[in-house]
Ligand binder design. Structure first.
Ligand code: NZQ
Ligand code: ZN
Length: 385
C-alpha cells in the first residue's frame, strides 16, 4: 500500500426529511446566498423547503448556474457576494452547482485573477468562504470532496481545481429529492460514479486490500441497482443506495493509498468543452477503449476486475479481459448511454482539435504511470469512434 494522508471534514446528514436540519447547520446570524441551477430546485419544492428551514436568516438567491458551470456566470455570483456582504454560501443542486459554489468560495478573497485558480489547479488557494450543500443529483461526489470543475465559455476550456479549503462544511443528502430527476441524469449519475471508482481501482496492484474490496463492493452495488433505479424511480432504498455509493465513490476513501488514473476524465473533459457532451457520457465513451489500449499495463487489475466484479472465471487471461471490457460497455449501454464518439456526432476529423486542447492544458502525461501521452490519447480517441 502507498503512504497516504487522508482528510475529510465534511459532515453528511443523510435521509428523508433532513433539510429542516439546516437550521442547526447554518450559523444563526449568517447572511446566506443560496446558489442553484436552472428551475429544477424551484419546481420540485426543494428551494422552498430550504428557505423555510433557514427561518429568519438574511437569505438571498443566485440562480442560473448551468450544467458544466461557467466561470462567466460564477463571476457574477462573486460580485453579488461582495456587494451583499454575504458570509455563508449554500449550494442547492447537483455537481455543477456545488462545483460552482466551491469556485465562488475560493474566488472571493483570491489575490490574483480568479481564473488563475484553474490554471494552477487550485494549489495557491489560501482561504475560502464557508459553505454547505443540499444535494439533488447523486453522481459527482462533489458533496464530500475537495474538487471542482469549471468551464470558461469564451475559450471553451474545462479545467479542474482541488483544495482542502473547499470541502463543504456539511452536505444534506435526502434521497427523496432525487425522485424528480430525468432518467438521463440518473443514468449519468450511475456511470459517473462507476468511472470514479474505476479511475482509483483499475490501475496496477498495490496491495490495497481494503481499498480494492471497497471499490469492488461499490461497483457491484452500481451494477445491481443501476437498471432498477431507472425502472423504479420512487424506490427510496434504491435511491438511498445510489446516493451513498456515489458519495463514497469520490470522497477520497477508496483512493487513499492506491495509484490513481484519471486519464478517462481528463480526455472526457475536453469532449465536454468542445462538443457539450454530458460529463458521464464522455466517460462511457472513453473508458472502454482506454482499458482496451492499456490492457497490458493494467493486466493484473483487469483480471481481478473480471473475476471479482463480473464473476468471469472461464477462458484464458486475454478472454477474461475481453469479456470484462465488453460487460462494462454493455452495462453503460443498458442504461441507455451510447458508448461511441460517432453516437455523439464526433468524427475522426475532430480528433486533432481534442489533442491540441489536451496539449494546451498540459494533459500530456496522464494515468497512474504518467504514460498516457498525446499519442496514446489519440489512439484512445480513434478507438472510441
Ligand atoms: O439546472 P437544474 O434545473 O437544477 O437541472 C439540473 C441539470 O440540468 C438537473 N437536476 C439536478 N437535480 C435535479 C435535476 N432535475 C430534476 N430533479 C432534480 N432533483 O440535472 C442537470 C444536470 O445537473 P449537473 O449538476 O450538471 O449534473 P452532475 O451532478 O452530473 O454534475 C456534472 C458536473 O460535475 C463535474 C462535471 O465535470 C460536470 O461539470 N464533476 C465534478 C466532480 C467533482 N467535483 O469532484 C467530479 C466529476 O468527475 C465531474 O467532473
Ligand atoms: Zn466524473
Amino acid at each position: 500500500m502507498l503512504n497516504f494522508n487522508f482528510y475529510n471534514p465534511t459532515r453528511i446528514v443523510f435521509g428523508s426529511d433532513t433539510i429542516k436540519q439546516l437550521d442547526q447547520l447554518v450559523p444563526a446570524q449568517a447572511r446566506v446566498l443560496i446558489l442553484f441551477g436552472g428551475e429544477s430546485a424551484r419546481k420540485n419544492g426543494t428551494l422552498d423547503e430550504v428557505r423555510q428551514a433557514l427561518g429568519n436568516r438574511d437569505v438571498r438567491e443566485f440562480g442560473g448556474i448551468e450544467p458544466n458551470p461557467s466561470y462567466e456566470t460564477l463571476m457574477r455570483a462573486v460580485e453579488e457576494v461582495r456587494t451583499e456582504k454575504v458570509d455563508f454560501l449554500l449550494a442547492v443542486g447537483g455537481g455543477s452547482v456545488i462545483d460552482g459554489t466551491k469556485f465562488v468560495a475560493a474566488a472571493i478573497d483570491y489575490p490574483n485573477d480568479p481564473w488563475e485558480i484553474l490554471q494552477s489547479f487550485g494549489q495557491h488557494i489560501e482561504k475560502a468562504m464557508p459553505f454547505g450543500s443540499v444535494l439533488t443529483l447523486p453522481a459527482t461526489g462533489s458533496e464530500m470532496n475537495k474538487a471542482s470543475v469549471i468551464t470558461r465559455k469564451a475559450t471553451q476550456e474545462k479545467l479542474p481545481f482541488m483544495s482542502e479549503k473547499v470541502f463543504p462544511e456539511f452536505s444534506i443528502l435526502d434521497p427523496t429529492k432525487t425522485y424528480t430527476l430525468p432518467p438521463r441524469q440518473v443514468a449519468n449519475g450511475v456511470v459517473d460514479a462507476y468511472v470514479h471508482i474505476m479511475e482509483q481501482y483499475l490501475t496496477y496492484p498495490a496491495d490495497g486490500m481494503v481499498q480494492d474490496r471497497f471499490a469492488e463492493g461499490l461497483l457491484q452495488t452500481l451494477i445491481e441497482i443501476g437498471p432498477r433505479v431507472l425502472a423504479e424511480p420512487h424506490d427510496y432504498e434504491l435511491r438511498a443506495n445510489l446516493m451513498w455509493a456515489a458519495t463514497l465513490a469520490l470522497n477520497g476513501l477508496i483512493g487513499a493509498g492506491v495509484p490513481q488514473d484519471w486519464s478517462t476524465h481528463m480526455i472526457g473533459h475536453e469532449l465536454t468543452a468542445a462538443f457539450d457532451i454530458d460529463h458521464a457520457r464522455t466517460l462511457a465513451v472513453v473508458l472502454p477503449s482506454n482499458l482496451q489500449l492499456r490492457r497490458e499495463a493494467k493486466q493484473g487489475k483487469l483480471l481481478q476486475y473480471a473475476e471479482r466484479v463480473w464473476g468471469i472465471t472461464e477462458g484464458s487471461d486475454a478472454e477474461k479481459i475481453d469479456a470484462a471490457i465488453v460487460r462494462t460497455r454493455q452495462f453503460f449501454e443498458s442504461l441507455d448511454i451510447p458508448t461511441r464518439l460517432s453516437d455523439y456526432k464526433v468524427t475522426a476529423g475532430d480528433i486533432d482539435g481534442i489533442i491540441s486542447q489536451l496539449q494546451q492544458h498540459g494533459m500530456t502525461a496522464l494515468g497512474e504511470r504518467q504514460d498516457v501521452n498525446l499519442t496514446l490519447s489519440r489512439q484512445i480517441l480513434e478507438a472510441s469512434l
